[in-house]
Design a protein around this ligand. Structure first.
Ligand SMILES: [Zn+2]
Length: 269
């Protein structure tokens, strides 16, 4: 599932390919469940003619503020990706929705799993859940984590998946952050304190920053068709790859139905 690095990579792609300043000229939705708000009819009336003012991200959501004052919000779901292609370019696999632009290109939503979501709303709060701090913004601190984790007995792995604790972290980057911090995924949130919280904060920032640097390189090397997903993490996600720190074997457990990998030596219980 796309997490903060994949969505931010998409935001940077859309920025570089020049989506801002373009106006939509149409709407082609092939899978109605993707559109959460408003109705398809209203969406088809409101989007055409509207110009994209900016390309923003909050957590795993992409926000396109429009010159109407409304915001076009996109969530990539499990496997969605966005491309801007000339309208005459052959349709790639899993192309679900197209939004023609005023320069002969179109914004294309590819979505093999069909878990993507779209909204057109007056206020982004109509679409976005309550989310915690953006981990790559300057103010993100160990104190933010301490406040969010106070009294929370659930495993830290499960809590990291909750967007109200920190925005944009999903299964892969939660595992990577805990590995870098040397924290066992089943430790209760409330049991972490002091130095451990500082390590976890730094590990989240390091994991996401390293991923973004790899996405930036791959985007430059493979422009205009960068890969949608890279394996940017260092925690082994199989039993055969040795732990890069201790050389031992990694272990997997299931936390809240998500496969969780960790090193039992480097992340003691
Ligand atoms: Zn290890």
């Amino acid at each position: 599932m796309p997490e903060l690095p994949e969505v931010e990579n998409t935001r940077r792609y859309l920025t570089q390919i020049g989506l801002a300043g373009r106006a939509f000229t149409g709407v082609n939705i092939s899978w109605n469940n993707t559109l959460k708000k408003p109705s398809l009819k209203e969406f088809q009336q409101k989007l055409p003619g509207r110009q994209v003012q900016d390309i923003q991200r909050r957590g795993k959501y992409l926000l396109l503020p429009l010159d109407s004052g409304e915001t076009f919000i996109l969530h990539l779901g499990m496997a969605g990706r966005l491309r801007v292609h000339p309208a005459e370019q052959a349709a790639p696999p899993h192309l679900r929705h197209t939004f023609p632009l005023d320069d002969g290109r179109e914004l294309r939503f590819l979505d093999g799993r069909k878990f993507g979501k779209l909204w057109l709303v007056a206020d982004p709060q109509e679409a976005l859940p309550v989310m915690g701090p953006e981990p790559l913004e300057r103010g993100f601190s160990a104190e933010d984590l301490a406040l969010g984790l106070a009294g929370r007995e659930a495993p830290i792995k499960a809590l990291l998946l909750e967007q109200w604790l920190v925005a944009g972290v999903g299964n892969l980057y939660a595992d990577e952050s805990l590995f870098l911090a040397g924290i066992h995924p089943l430790r209760s949130g409330a049991s972490l304190a002091g130095e451990e919280l500082a390590r976890l904060r730094d590990a989240i920032v390091a994991a996401l920053s390293s991923a973004l640097a790899q996405y930036d390189r791959s985007r430059a090397e493979q422009w205009p068709d960068p890969p949608p997903a890279l394996e940017t993490w260092t925690v082994p996600r199989d039993k055969d790859t040795p732990c890069p720190r201790c050389g031992g074997a990694a272990t997997s457990i299931t936390v809240r139905a998500r496969t969780t990998w960790y090193c039992p030596t480097c992340q003691p219980a």
